[in-house]
Design a protein around this ligand. Structure first.
Ligand code: GLN
Length: 548
């Protein structure tokens, strides 16, 4: 352990959406591969106390940690790149920080002092950063500050960075991720926006130590020098970050410019060789898959204006891809809007062209009847199907309606007066709904699940007890289990008490892969250790593709 913990703040200039999360994860990956103990923190400048109350098309996927905290999707990137399980303290929002300061003020913890935005809010931010560092015993703590430099929202977090740097000048580094546009009509890379971003950063008392220049192309020497002079850093600390084929290419790409050693140098850490061999093997495998599998993701959180936003399901997509690589296959994902099937059921025929169908998690009633049609189609046409949370609940509803003869079966979430409420709300959840106590109150985080020996699930996992992360309010209604099981659907995973149904599946003899989980397996999939159920699903998809 280095004598003093080191902190790296990653901030964004010019505009959002240029990949701060991947940049932070990649820097962490490089430092971890050098043998340092690393942890990563995400700060979101929202009033929302957690990410659980935000619509995925607004904010992207809500990621769930082991301890049940609902957070930003970047936490998923960190877990995947670093192969670490991160705790709640590693994520904070403006709302979270204020809530804590106000709570402590109410508890007289400030001992009669006048509590002020500055310094008390940044001090709370620093307190949380320090706690996360201690908890992980990290030699290097990365802190990604959400938003863009120059906006009002994140200023208080930049103030925390400034205060920490003032206290430990040698132990804090600032990496600015910037965007260098190449306007079509000029065809030349323009550095001015980056220069302004660097100055805005200066105006809050911070100087970038490293500038990552995101662009569609690599930086040339001339631009590198220009950025160096105008942004007040040595040219070797301006790192080219061009678009790459896969986000997993980024660590090696940064290392080409010596990112790891540059940071060690700034922070006074001993230089060490990085070892990205296993990672690179996986990156290569991800590009050289022999077969290409076509997987349909049927859902509803895709549209934002004229764009398709795959970010709503980022962990699902990464889990599918990772499992594909393990099968020597590339996966081509298509995002299909379930509402289309409601408008025109003939479109269901298109699903025949896919090797597998996934229905990911979701909420509410829009598009659900289209989802039922897609599931029925996959079941009847023996297309491998994998349902995640809402995708499992609708799989049960579909089976109840179309096989178990429970006409009008539904989930209470959509129609609590349905003749057969096969997915229902648990009594403790009902109470919360009555009190409108929505934030952070679902069944969240890791729970154990016991698998039936010999089931498709148990075969895939290779064991009969697993722990998985949850995020839902509704459950399979115990009153209908017998009737549904008698008609062939198997509840092969249950809570240890046997009350909650965690996995539903059809036996292999009846369907190549028809399985749904009440939990979210995607949150535990990591690039080098893909999730066993995603692997099982992709194996079945591959068999279908080869048999075609
Ligand atoms: N809406 C469902 C529930 O609350 C499923 C949630 C999900 O898919 N994450 O139980």
């Amino acid at each position: 352990m280095a004598e003093a913990p080191k902190y790296i703040f990653v901030v964004g200039g010019v505009m959002s959406g240029i990949g701060k999360g991947v940049a932070t994860s990649s820097i962490g990956k490089i430092l971890k591969s050098k043998g340092f103990k690393v942890t990563a923190i995400k700060i979101d400048p929202y009033i929302n106390v957690d990410a659980g109350t935000m619509n995925p098309t607004e904010h992207g996927e809500t990621f769930v940690l082991d301890d049940g905290y609902e957070c930003d999707q970047d936490m998923g990137n960190y877990e995947r790149f670093l192969d670490e399980t991160l705790p709640e303290i590693n994520y904070m929002t403006t709302g979270r920080v204020y809530l804590e300061v106000i709570r402590r003020e109410r508890n007289l913890e400030y001992k009669g002092k006048n509590v002020e935005v500055v310094p008390d809010i940044p001090l709370e931010v620093i307190r949380r950063i320090t706690q996360a560092q201690q908890r992980a015993n990290a030699e290097v703590t990365l802190i990604e500050v959400g938003g863009t430099i120059g906006e009002y929202q994140n200023i208080i977090f930049l103030e925390a960075a400034r205060m920490l740097k003032q206290k430990y000048p040698r132990d804090v580094a600032v990496v600015m991720l910037s965007y260098v546009p190449i306007p079509g009509n000029i065809g030349e890379m323009k550095t001015k926006p980056t220069q302004y971003a660097a100055r805005s950063l200066n105006s809050v008392g911070l100087q970038a130590d490293v500038i990552l220049a995101r662009a569609s192309q690599p930086l040339d020497e001339k631009r590198k020098e220009k950025i160096a002079i105008f942004c007040n850093i040595p040219p070797e600390r301006v790192i080219s970050a061009p678009d790459v084929e896969s986000i997993y290419d980024v660590p090696a790409n940064y290392e080409k410019d010596g990112m790891g050693d540059i940071l060690c140098n700034i922070l006074g850490l001993p230089p060490r060789d990085s070892d990205l061999r296993d990672w690179q093997k996986f990156v290569e495998a991800s590009k050289n898959g022999k077969t290409t599998l076509q997987v349909a993701v049927v859902g509803k959180y895709f549209e934002t204006g004229d764009f398709v936003l795959a970010d709503s399901y980022i962990s699902v997509l990464e889990a599918i891809k990772a499992a594909g690589y393990s099968q020597d296959a590339k996966v081509k994902l298509s995002y299909l809007d379930s509402e289309e099937y409601e408008k025109d059921p003939k479109k269901l025929e298109d699903l025949k062209n896919y090797d597998g169908v996934v229905v990911p998690g979701g909420f509410g009633s829009r598009g659900v009847e289209g989802i039922v049609l897609a599931i029925q189609y996959a079941r009847e046409n023996k297309i491998p199907y994998f349902g995640l949370c809402y995708g499992m609940q609708w799989m049960v509803v579909e089976y109840a309606r179309n096989v178990a003869g429970l006409q009008g079966a539904n989930t209470a979430e959509v129609n609590h007066d349905a003749p057969h409420v096969v997915i229902d709300i648990m009594p403790d959840q009902k109470e919360k709904m009555v009190k409108q106590d929505y934030g952070g109150t679902m069944r969240l985080g890791t729970y154990p699940c016991v698998l039936a020996p010999g089931s498709v699930a148990a075969e895939a996992y290779g064991k009969t007890q697993v722990h998985e992360r949850h995020r839902h309010r509704y459950e399979v209604n115990p009153e209908y289990i017998k009737q549904i099981e008698e008609k062939g659907l198997v509840f092969s995973g249950k809570s240890p008490s046997g009350v909650l149904m965690e996995i539903a599946e059809l036996p292999k003899s009846q369907h190549p892969f028809f399985l749904g989980t009440q939990y979210h397996p995607e949150f535990l999939s990591r690039p080098l250790t893909p999730h066993p159920l995603f692997v099982g699903f992709l194996k079945a998809a591959k068999e279908r593709s080869l048999g075609k």
